[in-house]
Design a protein. Structure first.
Ligand code: HEC
Ligand code: HEC
Ligand code: HEC
Ligand code: HEC
Length: 128
């Protein structure tokens, strides 16, 4: 009996965790700009799932990248469980751009390259 009760509570805990993770992932609509000390712009809109579907991006590490010690991109690994700010500080470190530049190069870089997606400040940093 006791074993069964433990098993049931374990299953419940795990499924709650899975549900919360799935929910928070789908929930990104606007990016979290709390890593910036004094934000000058409203945080950027970015509807994670919808954006990546519409833009037809298949590799998570097109954004959630991992580099090895020599600065080479590790093709089959992803840092999706980390925030950009976990690695990118506000200031650049060697070849690693500071946080604002990291976002701008990643986001605008691809939009410019593909000639699709916003490149004007107010299209990403929308008020309200
Ligand atoms: C493709 C989308 C995009 C465009 C276009 C863009 N940004 Fe950003 N910007 C971001 C993202 C994403 C961040 C990271 C945090 C956030 O959402 O504010 C950011 C961060 C910033 C920050 C640091 C955080 C803050 O609010 O102080 C500033 C300043 C900024 N952008 C200014 C600009 C200016 C000025 C322009 C136009 C020249 C611009 N951005 C265009 C996406 C964009
Ligand atoms: C176009 C860029 C892009 C692509 C492609 C992308 N993501 Fe993201 N993802 C982001 C950004 C930006 C954030 C917010 C990170 C931050 O706030 O520092 C994020 C956040 C997340 C988070 C939440 C992280 C946290 O701890 O809050 C998860 C989970 C995630 N992405 C999973 C994925 C998976 C899985 C894929 C592939 C199927 C994927 N992402 C593809 C840009 C992208
Ligand atoms: C696990 C740590 C880590 C995480 C998480 C991370 N980066 Fe990076 N990033 C790096 C390192 C290291 C470099 C420098 C690579 C080199 O040596 O050239 C880099 C380089 C970059 C560059 C310049 C080179 C390039 O790929 O264009 C951009 C832009 C960038 N990161 C954006 C982002 C964004 C946006 C996120 C979040 C979605 C992010 N990074 C998450 C470690 C990370
Ligand atoms: C690898 C390429 C790529 C990257 C990286 C990328 N985008 Fe996009 N983005 C696109 C494409 C392609 C579109 C146009 C999709 C369409 O409507 O056909 C787009 C469209 C958008 C739009 C318009 C609304 C929408 O959801 O379609 C916004 C806002 C946007 N991107 C914000 C961002 C932000 C913020 C980042 C960085 C965190 C980012 N994008 C990174 C390719 C990219």
């Amino acid at each position: 009996m006791k074993k069964a009760a433990i098993l049931v509570s374990l299953v419940l805990t795990v499924s709650t965790l899975l549900w919360v993770t799935a929910w928070s992932q789908e929930d990104i609509v606007v990016l979290d700009a709390s890593a910036f000390e004094n934000s000058q712009r409203p945080p950027s809109v970015f509807v994670h799932e919808e954006h990546n579907e519409k833009a037809e991006i298949e590799d998570c590490n097109a954004c959630h990248h991992v580099y090895d010690d020599e600065g080479k991109l590790v093709e089959d690994e992803s840092s999706e469980d980390q925030l950009c700010s976990d690695c990118h500080g506000l200031d650049a470190e060697g070849r690693q751009p500071g946080l604002m530049k990291a976002f701008h190069v990643n986001c605008k870089g691809c939009h410019l390259e593909q000639k699709k997606g916003p490149i004007m400040c107010g299209e990403c940093h929308q008020r309200g």
